[in-house]
Ligand binder design. Sequence first.
Ligand SMILES: [Zn+2]
Length: 270
Amino acid sequence: MFANWHGFAEGPIWIKPRWPEDLARGLFSFRPHGASLAPYTGLNVGLHVGDDPQRVAFNRQTCGIELGGSLEDWIVGEQVHGTNVAVVGLEDRGRGSDDLHRPVSDVDALVTDTPGLTLVVLTADCIPVLFFDPVKRVIATAHSGWKGTVGHIVRNVVETMHQQFGCRAEDIDVWMGPSIRQCCYEVSETVAGIVIDQFGWQHVVKRPNKPGKYLLNLHSCVRSDLLAAGVLNDRVHDTGVCTACHTDVLFSHRAEQGRTGRLLGAVRLV
Ligand SMILES: [Zn+2]
């Protein structure tokens, strides 16, 4: 499960989608070796969690060096646990890249075909999802917590890529980054019921000795939604790492009672 980590001990840890580096560069960040102090200790890239903006800027720079391009190429969505997808271009360059530039409002997913732009998703338990179509040269990101997932945000992304840029679903490669997994993701009966309505029984299990509590497999829901949209099963990649199980190297909103940093999911179209 952890064989795909890079850079342990000597520097930051990354998981990178296996994409040709001359076409697209993707990245999922981890926690070690950043500038932030407790409770954000490490490589926090979230500006809106109460951390020192200068430390966040330093951490973002560390990630930016790994991705290539500059921080002014970044575009960040507001992320409101909704299902809206924004098609972005050069006019949006730099939005959300620092504390002076507002993120793209009211969106949880970004799509572009503009080379040189870096699309960013920030998470601490929700699934960061990266998309790349090497045929049409289109990239996308999505922030998929349970609300976005049951609202079919990843299907919205695939449909937007098709409608706006003519992408075929079977050409799209998708990566799910570090996020809370079924081992730790307890939800109420109400949430479990909504998931069952949308995706069926196979994605939740009753928690033993805890009446009314369920464990949710968000990753299998997202995969199911992607397959329904026409993405091929062997092109949906799951990094398989649970944030809540590994707060030493990852940020987890649940496991750290909401006081923690954010991980970076990003893709840059070269
Ligand atoms: Zn876990």
